[in-house]
Every structure is written in structure tokens, then in C-alpha cells.
Design a protein around this ligand. Structure first.
Ligand SMILES: [Zn+2]
Length: 321
């Protein structure tokens, strides 16, 4: 019997990460590819996924027949049971059956779920939340994603729309959010929120080494890390503000679901996680009930950029049960 492999993808608005897992759950090959999903049609995004899988098969020197299953995490509202992308904010998908064409092309089962749900699942099965039963995740990236595992089950709510607590409103007259509201956690604590803050300070004439990174868009997490190391005043302010609201959101989460653990992942946490954790931990007790807070652990994600890839692996294994 030849070896079998699992292929897992992390489909983002600007890049796709791919990995080939062997039978021992080890990543034996990986790939990173830029996408230009914004202007492309759904079919083109599907083509990119197919080309990434093709490339992984070729580079890892495996046969199509050796693929046991393929799994992916992607942004948006996703019917995980049927592999239908119902809505995606950054990718051109509406009620799109992504499952059938990929299944047909590679002759293997294909699973897809919401990116942060899949990331939290990865941390739950293989990372920081391994062994816990009730897990809440905050994924700090360009946006602010959420994912919940309740009583050892991924909680997707009615019509797969649960855990959008990146849009819990913390400042009703606060900065505008991409969702149309004001003062959402995402508008305050995500890369987008921090970039907007920094841009406002630059417009006021303040000096910051972050200025060039926020001219027309969001900064890269690595740039923020450098600015924090250099104690750049505006960057420190943006991070203090982001962590203040993350601490409030965390307190609300603790009081609402009393999880065993809250995990903080995403690109910002991967680059600057220790700073963020220190600041969140310093404030969270102010915003949560002591008796509930006392039984919740707060931890940085352990798998870093690979949370979603391992979450894909978990989806494949769960389906095989
Ligand atoms: Zn919002």
C-alpha cells in the first residue's frame, strides 16, 4: 500500500498557503502563492486553488491517486457540511459550490470551512487549546475573526454565521468598520483598525516609522513588530488602543461563555503576540467577573501561520470518523 497524503490550504484575500501532510501528520511540503482574488471571477479563484494543489502534487513528487483528501479554510460564511461558500467579503463568491469541481478534478474528498473556524479547530486539535473543551479564538489580521468550540464541537450557529464577534460594537460612535457599523472590535484592534489610527496621526503631522506602510492600505505585521521594538510612539499608541479593546472584548467573551481557554492567533499575534498578550492580560481583569475569569486561560496560538493548515487536517480526520 503506497503512502497517502492530505493536502490543506489556507485561502486568503491576498495569498494562499498550501501544505502536504504525510500519514504521521507531518508537513512534508509547503507552498505560498499570491492571489489577486479581488478582481477575479469565482472560477478564477477556483483555478488558483487547483493550480496550487497541482503544484503541491508536483513539487512533493506524489501521485494524484495518493491524495486521501483536500481541505481548506477561506474567509466568509461557509456551509461546511456541503462545501458551499454562501458569502465571502473579500473573494468573489456567492452561493458557490466549490466542492464539486475540486472533488472531480482530484478524485478526492474536499472539505472547506470559514478560515478562523478552521484556525481555531487547528489550535484545538494540535495547538495551544489541545485538551480543552470550550475554546474561543480571536484571530487578529487585516480583519478580526472569531471561532468557537463549545463542548468539543465547532459552534457554527444558525446557517453557519456564528462567531462574528470581530463586529461586537465597543464604541457606538467610534471609527467606521468595513461592515457598515461604527466602533466594532475589528475597526479598533485589527490591522485595518490600527492602520486607520496611524494614518489619522500622520495626517495630524505626527512622525512615525509606520507612515510609509499605511499610505494606501494596511501595514504588514513585521513592520509593526519593528516599530514596537524601536518604541515608535504612534505604533505603541495604536497597539495600546488595540489591546485595550481586545481586553474589553475578551472580558465580554469570558462573562458570556465561560470558556476553558481563549486563543489569540493571526498574523499580528504571530509577529507581536508577546507584546499583545502582556497588554491584554494586564487589563482583562477589569472587564470580567473574577469568579469566571479565574477559570479561563488566555494563550497565544501555538501553530502560528499554520493554524489553518492544521485545522484542515482536523476537518479531514473528523470526516473520516
Ligand atoms: Zn464591523
Amino acid at each position: 500500500m503506497p503512502d497517502s497524503f492530505k493536502i490543506c490550504l489556507d485561502i486568503g484575500g491576498t495569498k494562499i498557503l498550501g501544505a502536504v501532510f504525510d500519514e504521521n501528520d507531518k508537513i512534508v511540503h509547503r507552498l505560498k502563492k499570491k492571489t489577486k482574488a479581488g478582481g477575479d471571477s469565482a472560477a478564477n479563484v477556483e483555478e488558483v486553488i487547483i493550480s496550487v494543489v497541482d503544484e503541491l502534487i508536483k513539487d512533493a513528487d506524489i501521485k494524484k491517486s495518493q491524495i486521501e483528501a483536500i481541505a481548506a479554510g477561506a474567509p466568509g460564511v461557509i456551509d461546511q457540511q456541503n462545501g458551499i461558500i454562501l458569502f465571502s467579503p473579500n473573494l468573489p463568491w456567492r452561493d458557490y459550490d466549490i466542492c464539486s469541481p475540486i472533488k472531480k478534478k482530484f478524485g478526492a474528498p474536499f472539505f472547506i470551512g470559514n478560515d478562523v473556524n478552521v484556525g481555531v479547530l487547528g489550535e484545538y486539535k494540535y495547538g495551544a487549546a489541545k485538551g480543552y473543551h470550550n475554546v474561543a479564538g480571536f484571530f487578529v489580521g487585516t480583519g478580526m475573526g472569531g471561532g468557537l468550540i463549545l463542548n468539543d464541537t465547532l459552534f457554527t450557529g444558525n446557517k453557519f454565521k456564528a462567531a462574528e464577534y470581530g463586529h461586537m460594537i465597543l464604541v457606538p460612535d467610534g471609527p467606521k468598520c468595513g461592515c457598515g457599523q461604527r466602533g466594532c472590535l475589528e475597526a479598533l484592534s485589527s490591522k485595518q483598525g490600527m492602520s486607520d489610527y496611524i494614518r489619522t496621526q500622520v495626517a495630524r503631522g505626527r512622525e512615525t516609522m509606520m507612515a510609509e506602510y499605511v499610505v494606501d492600505g494596511v501595514f504588514k505585521s513585521k513592520a509593526l513588530k519593528k516599530a514596537l521594538e524601536a518604541k515608535d510612539e504612534v505604533a505603541v499608541e495604536a497597539v495600546n488602543r488595540a489591546c485595550h479593546y481586545l481586553a474589553i472584548a475578551t472580558g465580554n467573551m469570558i462573562n458570556t461563555i465561560s470558556p476553558d481557554i481563549i486563543v489569540y492567533g493571526g498574523g499580528v499575534m504571530e509577529a507581536c503576540g508577546d507584546t499583545f498578550m502582556k497588554k491584554i492580560l494586564a487589563e482583562v481583569d477589569l472587564y470580567s467577573m473574577p469568579s469566571i475569569r479565574s477559570t479561563v486561560e488566555l494563550k497565544k496560538a501555538a501553530l502560528g501561520d499554520d493554524s489553518l493548515l492544521y485545522g484542515g487536517l482536523a476537518m479531514i480526520k473528523d470526516a473520516g470518523k
